[in-house]
Design a protein around this ligand. Structure first.
Ligand code: NAG
Ligand code: NAG
Ligand code: NAG
Ligand code: NAG
Ligand code: NAG
Ligand code: NAG
Ligand code: NAG
Ligand code: NAG
Ligand code: NAG
Ligand code: NAG
Ligand code: NAG
Length: 864
């Protein structure tokens, strides 16, 4: 009895203890949930989305565990605006938060130190957030962290906090594309689980710490684009799992030691643009998984080991711009997967080995600027995929092999500055894709057997009529004293006999060449200044692309355009040439290769990148999206959305296409441009002045919708010039006041818009019309409209045309102050239409200027 009493007392105590502890845990849990709720509310992140806090687990971007505690915050940018409220989140209130992903959000400001309170965090993604300032050392408190991505913030500076060395669970650390300075802290050597360590494009200096050797799980290592000096520590060669090693564009020195052999899994070795010396070690030739080897732009000497032939997975072999001597080993013919090889700008001698003819996959062969001798082996003509062949500036002699005609894929052929003799083989005419040819400064004789069907303007080659024949006034054939510089125009169906046939030259012309100037121009210039991508010394090569998978490799761009091959060139303009390229992800983009002006200014890259980032954030349905860019010290390109139909200028200047562009479409184009400019001027802070509105910069997609392109290019190229002094713009579109004030304002865009709008309606530039104000007085609108289209029949269409023309003329007011703002123009286009008071066919331009054509004969009072 007593014992049962004791028992029950004991049980009672036990039960209450259990209950109590249960209650406390419950309470704790409840209060922890409550403080999560409070923290969410107070953060204000969801304030415009919902404030029903009891529903928080269903809020956009939030995931909870079964107990209702928040585990993930991963909202998408277009639903939840975090902005400058980043620091308002009480980071200490989320004991179970595992994932915080704010990538691609404009957060701005610094990373709040309180972020160290997220004790359970495993994944933190703050890439592309526009953050600045230094990294808080409290990040070192996030000891559960496995993925830390702070890349592409551009302005994060200060040194890398050594406390990151506490993050022992880290698998991936990405600090690329910021402004980190100082050294790589040796503490990072404690991150033994790390598989990926990316510090690409920062200002990091000092040498690579030898502690790197502890990171034995490392697969991807990228320190490229920094200012690292000294030797590669020997410990790095202990990283036997390494698959990619990017150290290019630093100031590293020393030689590649034999123990590189340990890196058995290496696929990519990119160490170009450094100061490496010494020989290519035999050991390198045992890394048989290698696919990409970029050694170019160093001072590596000695000869190319013949064991190179063992690297049978090699796709890209770039040894250019070094001090290599000796012959090209014939074993190179074993590299059956090789797609591109550059050995240019070395001191190589001996013959071009005939075994190169075995490289069936080869697309680019670059052997320029060496001391190669002997003749061009005809085996090269077996390379059916070869698109670009550079053999210029060597000591090659003998004839150009006539089998060259087998190279059906060939587009670019450089043979200049050799000692080649004989005539240019007529078989070259079989290379139907050939677009760039340079055979200057050889000992060639005979006649240039080109059968030229289509000429482009804007090319190095100009043509002068001379009876039936044309002189080719082209540097491409200079310096061959026995070579005649002429070719004949295309043979017409009527079968007119070409001049050279008349004089019985035994030449059979079998094909048609397209000689487009743009690549030739850029290539030729690049080569002469030694700034081609393959031969540049001290290039700083960086690529960045948004919205796809984060990053695009230089090699992808090179592969996609086959080293900026002419076939991909779709146009040229004041700032450079435009290429069409298909990225590995399948997306088609336009690459705009810019002429680089501020080549030697080291600050330029950063300001360029900031500028380009701002432009990339601009989103408007009538503005061509900028996807990214690539930078090289002397060459840079922007990556844009691809527009199938090309420029408005192009479409208007082609009769068939111009007809396709009916009145409705033309008015739509004018409206779209007005909306886009209104957005740039009035919805962007600071306002963006395009500076170069012209029909060349309005691009059309497959449905002939218009997109404004190229704004900001001028500014990017003249970053320090703010609004003054640099006259950017296209002749014929520049507002008159710019000539004497040299100040470019929004009103200059308004003027250019006026020109563009008239041009769209007239089908040609309105220059003649505007040059005599008196003629404007009595001219009828109908008489200036594009004659290739039938006059509008629908009343609504006529109204639209009249409205567009009226606004265009208002924009051409010589007084900038009297021109409307783009915002007003844009609003006019969406406001309701007024029907015409008088028939379209009798409306004069002066009536438009005075707004006299609407019903009720009433003068419009609105001051557009
Ligand atoms: C919040 O949501 C719950 C469940 O849907 C609902 O019962 C409650 O009325 C809502 N509260 C407010 C303030 O809307
Ligand atoms: C943040 O949350 C913690 C834990 O819930 C709490 O102790 C602290 O007072 C909160 N801080 C602020 C500033 O609200
Ligand atoms: C983080 O957000 C970005 C951009 O919204 C997205 O691309 C990425 O997949 C997200 N990461 C995770 C792990 O959800
Ligand atoms: C977080 O880190 C800072 C600086 O490293 C340290 O002073 C602080 O005590 C840590 N906080 C917590 C909650 O561990
Ligand atoms: C880092 O950048 C901020 C502005 O973003 C600047 O105020 C600060 O001086 C910079 N710090 C260093 C060490 O460069
Ligand atoms: C390579 O250059 C080094 C100096 O950096 C020189 O000592 C060596 O003799 C050169 N080797 C060859 C094979 O030219
Ligand atoms: C190249 O291939 C041939 C035959 O396939 C072979 O005999 C030779 O050893 C190879 N050379 C090298 C350097 O691998
Ligand atoms: C490499 O060649 C350049 C120019 O030809 C020369 O200035 C440099 O001293 C050479 N370097 C070595 C290590 O031979
Ligand atoms: C080119 O290839 C053909 C067949 O593949 C072969 O018969 C010929 O010898 C090769 N020509 C040269 C010059 O190597
Ligand atoms: C940063 O690097 C990691 C690891 O390689 C990668 O998964 C991630 O996509 C990179 N971040 C960006 C924004 O490219
Ligand atoms: C971070 O988000 C970006 C997308 O904005 C994504 O490319 C990157 O892979 C993410 N980083 C990691 C480590 O998942």
């Amino acid at each position: 009895m007593a014992s049962s009493l004791t028992n029950s007392i004991f049980l009672g105590v036990l039960w209450s203890a259990i209950l109590l502890s249960f209650a406390t845990t419950l309470l704790a849990a409840v209060s922890s949930l409550e403080s999560e709720a409070v923290a969410l509310l107070e953060s204000g992140w969801w304030s415009s989305y919902s404030n029903n806090i009891s529903q928080r687990c269903n809020w956009h971007g939030i995931s909870c565990n079964n107990a209702g505690s928040i585990t993930e915050i991963n909202p998408s940018a277009n639903v939840i605006q975090v902005g400058d409220r980043f620091g308002k989140l009480n980071f200490s209130s989320f004991p179970n938060l595992v994932l915080l992903n704010l990538s691609d959000r404009k957060l701005g400001g610094n990373i709040p130190p309180q972020i160290g309170g997220l004790s359970a965090l495993k994944y933190l993604n703050l890439s592309y957030c526009g953050l600045s300032g230094e990294l808080p050392s409290s990040l070192g408190n996030l000891t559960q962290l496995e993925f830390l991505d702070i890349s592409y913030n551009d302005n994060i500076n200060g040194s890398i906090p050594p406390q990151l060395g506490n993050l022992k669970n880290l698998v991936s650390l990405n600090l690329s594309w910021n402004q980190f300075a100082g050294v790589i802290p040796f503490d990072l050597g404690q991150l033994t689980n790390l598989k990926s360590l990316l510090l690409r494009v920062n200002n990091i200096d000092g040498s690579i710490p030898s502690e790197i050797g502890y990171l034995t799980n490392l697969i991807d290592l990228d320190f490229s684009g920094n200012m690292l000096v000294g030797l590669i520590p020997f410990t790095l060669y202990q990283l036997t799992n390494l698959a990619t090693l990017y150290l290019h564009s630093n100031q590293l020195e020393g030689s590649i030691p034999p123990n590189v052999e340990n890196l058995k899994n290496l696929r990519v070795l990119s160490i170009y643009d450094n100061r490496f010396t010494g020989l290519i070690p035999l050991a390198l030739c045992r890394l048989t998984k290698l696919e990409i080897v970029y050694l170019l732009e160093n001072e590596i000497n000695g000869s190319i080991p013949s064991e190179i032939g063992k690297l049978n997975n090699l796709k890209y072999l770039y040894f250019g711009a070094n001090n290599l001597t000796g012959p090209i080993p014939s074993s190179i013919g074993n590299l059956s997967k090789l797609q591109a090889m550059s050995l240019g700008s070395n001191l190589l001698e001996g013959p071009v080995p005939k075994e190169i003819g075995n490289l069936e996959a080869l697309r680019v062969l670059h052997l320029s600027q060496n001391k190669l001798s002997g003749s061009i082996p005809s085996s090269i003509c077996n390379l059916s995929k070869l698109k670009a062949l550079y053999l210029d500036s060597n000591l090659l002699e003998g004839p150009i092999p006539k089998e060259i005609g087998n190279l059906e894929a060939l587009k670019v052929l450089y043979l200049s500055q050799n000692k080649l003799s004989g005539s240019i083989p007529v078989q070259l005419g079989n290379c139907k894709n050939l677009s760039t040819l340079d055979v200057s400064y050889n000992n060639l004789s005979g006649i240039v057997p080109l059968y030229i069907a289509k000429l482009t303007n804007n090319s190095l080659i100009t043509y002068k009529g001379d009876g039936d024949c044309y002189f080719i006034n082209d540097k491409a054939f200079d310096g061959n004293k026995d070579l005649s510089h002429y070719a004949c125009p295309p043979q017409t169906k009527s079968g007119r006999t070409p001049y050279y046939m008349k004089i019985a030259l035994p030449i059979v012309i079998s094909s048609v060449f397209l000689i487009l100037g743009c690549l030739l121009l850029s290539r030729f210039k690049a080569k002469k200044n030694q700034v081609g991508p393959l031969t540049t010394k001290n290039g700083d090569l960086c690529c960045s692309i948004w919205n796809y998978d984060g990053k695009i490799a230089y090699e992808d761009i090179i592969a996609a355009t086959e080293d900026f091959d002419i076939r991909y060139c779709i146009g040229t303009g004041g700032y450079g040439s435009v290429y069409k390229a298909q990225l590995p992800c399948g997306k088609i983009v336009a690459l705009k290769k810019l002429h680089r002006l501020e080549a030697e200014d080291p600050g330029f890259d950063k300001s360029f990148r900031n500028e380009v980032k701002i432009l990339s954030e601009i989103r408007h349905r009538n503005i061509v999206k900028l996807h990214g860019y690539c930078l090289h010290r002397r060459c840079m390109f922007l990556i844009y959305e691809y527009m199938e139909r090309g420029s408005l200028f192009w479409v208007l200047s082609n009769d068939d296409e111009a007809v396709e562009l009916n009145w409705i479409k033309r008015v739509e184009i004018i409206k779209s441009v007005a909306h886009a400019l209104s957005y740039l001027h009035h919805d962007c802070t600071p306002p963006i002045v395009h500076r170069d509105i012209s029909s060349n910069n309005i691009l059309l997609n497959s449905s002939l919708e218009a997109f404004v392109a190229d704004f900001g290019t001028a500014r990017m190229l003249h970053l320090d010039s703010s609004n003054l002094t640099v006259l950017a713009g296209t002749y014929g579109y520049i507002a008159p006041e710019v000539a004497y004030t040299m100040v470019v304002t929004e009103k200059c865009d308004v003027y250019s818009f006026g020109i563009l709008a008239l041009e769209t309606l007239m089908g040609k530039h309105p220059g003649d019309l505007l040059s005599s104000p008196s003629s404007l007085q009595n001219t009828k609108l109908i008489d200036v409209l594009d004659k290739r289209l039938p006059p509008p029949t629908s009343q609504l269409v006529a109204q639209n045309i009249v409205q567009a023309a009226t606004l265009a003329l208002a924009c051409l007011n010589p007084l900038p102050k009297s021109r409307p703002m783009m915002e007003e123009v844009s609003k006019k286009f969406v406001s309701s239409q007024k029907s015409l008071g008088i028939p379209l066919r009798i409306i004069t331009l002066s009536q438009l200027v005075n707004h006299e054509m609407h019903i009720e004969g009433k003068k419009e009072t609105c001051h557009v």
